[in-house]
Design a protein around this ligand. Structure first.
Ligand code: PMP
Length: 422
């Protein structure tokens, strides 16, 4: 029997751990840019499961690939070879222009994997003394929620009372090249620099033009691995195939990074599967990836045939439908339309972002309820979004949106914001 929204919420609250604070809407169907709640109300999805559903909900090509594979072979573990994994690894490695791919399931797992590869490379290739390797990370980062990853988080809620923490991380200010240069010059045991090309959870914080390329150059100079966490920014979200390519001169939206900005270790997740299935990956070239041997790392589900089939289809959709170009065009339109409203708005200070990863900053405190209340009103008006902070709302719709749909969404957003002007 179909539950009512309230029944579904009550069940989750009674039997589920309270590790999230969801908007009170219960979804039961999705198609393209739309989702429906159990009462049949239709919404624009302006979160895309935190940028996972870039290809749109239930994309037929991805669903077909998944169901066909599910009927044939779903899981062997890596105890044996399977006939899908190698095909997918070749396809994705060529797609992103790396020698090799290591398959994982979630974003956090892929980040952990990258950290392990980086450390092992530091000892076996760079020659850092055992247990001395340090990895530079940024203030206000978000890379996931494992015990190691929260060890270098600034988020007190994510971190408090989960210690002891993993050592070996040095935190510097994001978007500050001098801080990076200082830390690299004053330490000989730095193995890597882990960075989000745009800080998503921090409120869609876009670094200065040229930051990534210059940070990469500093890493090259000091023989330090430039590790890009593109779990949220990758797969066309920011109007480029990868956001690490967003600061270079190249005009190819499907470029995977000119040498000036290309990551030494690339971390992907979320939209790698179009949100259909948990699939993440770490990509690197042989001199780095070859430090990993049998037994060093693994996962029962990582690289399973369904994941491989789904990810291949999801990547094909990005190219076939030119989603990077669409995200680029619609992103420009979105910000320019919202800027027109912001010029005279008493409540919104600015819109920022790249492609279809954007946020508005509301003229209120970081711990106010305003962003939440606006999201509740947006929900009433048929659009689902979620705050990153009390005064920041992220807007990240599926990239398969049309121009007409985007303009419709802008009018919903502006109408809703006007309700809060009084
Ligand atoms: N890295 C970044 C940049 C992310 O935005 C996220 C998720 N928001 C993660 C890692 C973690 O991914 P997952 O939730 O799949 O573990």
């Amino acid at each position: 029997d179909q539950l009512t929204s309230q029944q579904a919420i009550d069940l989750e609250n009674k039997y589920g751990a309270h590790n999230y604070h969801p908007l009170p809407v219960v979804l039961s169907r999705g198609e393209g840019v739309y989702v429906w709640d159990v009462e049949g109300k239709k919404y624009y999805d302006f979160l895309s499961a935190y940028s996972a559903v870039n290809q749109g909900h239930c994309h037929p090509k991805i669903v077909d690939a998944m169901t066909a594979q599910a009927k044939t072979l779903s899981l062997t573990s890596r105890a044996f070879y399977n006939d899908m994994l190698g095909k997918y690894e070749k396809y994705a490695s060529e797609y992103f222009n790396f020698d090799k791919l290591l398959p994982m399931n979630t974003g956090a797992e892929a980040v952990e994997t990258a950290l392990k590869i980086c450390r092992k490379w530091a000892y076996e290739v760079k020659g850092i003394a055992e247990n001395e390797a340090q990895i530079v990370v940024c203030e206000n980062n978000f890379h996931g929620r494992t015990t190691t990853i929260i060890s270098f988080s600034n988020d007190s809620v994510a971190r408090k009372n989960f210690g002891p923490y993993t050592a070996g991380f040095i935190k510097i200010e994001y978007d500050n090249l001098k801080a990076l240069e200082d830390v690299l010059e004053s330490n000989t045991n730095i193995a890597g620099f882990l960075v989000e090309p745009i800080q998503g959870e921090a409120g869609v914080y876009v670094p200065s033009e040229g930051y990534l390329a210059k940070a990469k150059a500093l890493c090259v100079k000091h023989n330090v691995l430039f590790i890009a966490d593109e779990v949220q920014t990758g797969i066309a979200r920011t109007g480029r195939l990868l956001a690490t390519c967003g600061n270079c001169d190249c005009i190819d939206k499907n470029c995977s990074g000119t040498p000036e900005v290309k990551a030494d270790i690339l971390i992907l997740g979320k939209a790698l599967s179009g949100g259909a299935y948990p699939v993440s990956a770490v990509l690197a070239n042989d001199p780095i990836m070859n430090v990993i041997g049998p037994g060093n790392h693994g996962s029962t589900f990582g690289g399973n045939p369904i994941a491989a089939a789904v990810a291949m289809a999801a990547l094909e959709v990005v190219r076939d439908e030119d989603l990077a170009e669409n995200a680029f065009q619609l992103g420009e339109l979105f910000r320019s339309e919202l800027n027109t409203y912001i010029e005279t708005s008493p409540i919104v200070n600015l819109v920022r972002g790249k492609g279809l990863l954007n946020a508005i900053v509301i003229n209120d405190d970081e711990d106010s309820d305003t962003a939440w209340n606006i999201c509740m009103a947006l929900k009433e008006n048929g659009l689902l979004a979620k705050p990153t902070h009390g005064n920041i709302i992220r807007f990240a719709p599926p990239l398969v949106m049309t121009k007409a749909q985007l303009l419709d969404c802008v009018s919903i957003i502006v109408k809703t914001l006007k309700q809060f002007e009084a």
